[in-house]
Design a protein around this ligand. Sequence first.
Ligand code: 0GY
Length: 300
Amino acid sequence: MNDIQKMDADWLVFHQNPKMPDFILPEGAVDAHCHVFGPSAEFPFAPQRKYTPCDAGKDQLFALRDHLGFTRNVIVQATCHGTDNRAMVDACRASGGMARGIASVGADISEAEIADMNEAGVRGVRFNFVKRLVDATPKEVFLIIADKIKDFGWHIVVYFEAQDLEELEPFLKQLPTTIVVDHMGRPDVAKGVDHPDFQRFVRLMTENESIWSKVTCPERLSPQGPPYEDAIPFYAEIARRFPDRILWGTDWPHPNMKSHTPDDGALVDYIPKFAPDPELQQKLLVDNPMRLYWPDRLIG
Ligand code: 0GY
């Protein structure tokens, strides 16, 4: 065991008593974007991290899953763990097949290491371009990684902010796998859906069928704050246009929130506000994530 690493003084700990959602999730729903942090005594945070969070381990994640009514999780490696994927892999292994993982790896990753993570349930890697979270990785490095993971059938999750998409577009088009964009590429909600930055993202998805989007994180994108009404048009636009290429997740335990601690039950209640149609909800919460992460469990 290691020492517990002390969280940042301004860290907002996740909601301790989220409400029971009013929206009843469809059977077999997947929380397709969440993280585990440590616990740091067992899985220390990485030396190169940009923040030190509270502990938020797999048992707490699985308890939240059950409380909200989800069946499965996709656990995305958080930057505070760098390329040390042990906490995420441990959670996947402990889930009894009910969690998949997205890893962060370096270009020196070996085929045996990929195979081992694949066996644990990892199905992709994350490339992060958000400057406050990571030091920049050369695109050549990402291309080497992409080449190594593609034959495992893995995909690539990318995290960037709207103003960086123009520069990133040629690179994204070079990637050889399905691409999943975190949080719709973080549009500036104050600018409205017609702003060229968001329309660039819409166009990117229109023109590239291999690009998916997570319709996640109104708590991050909404300048108004709860109940995040100002962000609804963005989610509705992506969900309406690309019903077969969207995913939803809680983003628990909500790293780097500064304005407020979101209630995960209220986040679930947000889903029907932008996806009111039960058929769309079924795609968003079950069919799409199952196709990407558990294709072997699909019937027919
Ligand atoms: C998110 C968003 C954030 C952080 C991370 O890996 C991370 O550290 O993803 C953020 O700070 O915007 O998706 O959890």
